[in-house]
Design a protein around this ligand. Structure first.
Ligand SMILES: [Fe+2]
Length: 210
């Protein structure tokens, strides 16, 4: 279809299309690493699917980065990658070790407000090896994760947070970090909803910002 477009339109359209290689590589690597964790793989696939939709809220050249990071964000749960037992950090360390671009490693390290959980685990200095940037890509990754359940199903942010607190338990690092992390998760959802609203996409607002 692209071949039939005028040259000007073609270049504009190609700019909007994710470069497939990094996304395909991320999907392949995630499926390989999470092969023995089918629920976690289903969740990662669901997050990547949500992130694909949320590429509407990031710059065209950042779309592949967002979707690739969405695929990879939870690989640190794999037993083979476990070093610190803090999955955002373990995933980012593995990706850095095998040569993935720093922006991907940084997004994985900081997805869903990991910087609020790291101090509870006394891993904040280790996480500082990965710069955090609060921007449309990190917002979209966090919202995609926080609106996807453990089997890849769509959830509201409230449902997801309740589920997380129930699964991890009241004494978990996630529960102890929750008072600091929750405002960030909600603010990211509101920012993403605003970006969708600004381009006339209103259907997901209630589900995302609820
Ligand atoms: Fe996740």
């Amino acid at each position: 279809m692209i071949n039939h477009l005028q040259t000007d339109n073609r270049s504009k359209l190609e700019e909007r299309l994710p470069t497939p290689q990094i996304v395909a590589a991320a999907a392949d690597l995630t499926q390989h690493i999470l092969d023995s964790l089918p629920d976690r793989l289903a969740h990662s696939r669901g997050v990547a699917c949500h992130a694909q939709f949320l590429t509407l809220t990031v710059g065209p050249h950042q779309a592949p980065l967002l979707v690739a990071a969405a695929w990879l964000h939870d690989i640190g749960y794999a037993a083979a990658l476990r070093e610190t037992d803090f999955h955002p950090l373990d995933g980012a360390r593995h990706l850095r070790a095998i040569g993935w671009p720093p922006p991907v490693c940084n997004l994985v390290a900081h997805h869903s407000g990991a910087r609020f959980v790291a101090p509870v685990l006394q891993l904040d200095r280790e996480l500082d090896d990965y710069p955090f940037s609060e921007d449309p890509v990190s917002d979209a990754l966090t919202v995609a994760d926080q609106t996807t359940g453990m089997h890849g199903e769509a959830m509201t942010t409230d449902e997801r947070m309740s589920d997380m607190l129930e699964r991890h338990g009241p004494d978990s690092a996630n529960a102890r970090a929750h008072p600091q992390r929750e405002p960030y998760l909600r603010a990211a959802a509101v920012r993403v909803a605003g970006r969708l609203d600004s381009i006339g996409v209103h259907t997901e607002l209630a589900a995302i910002a609820a």
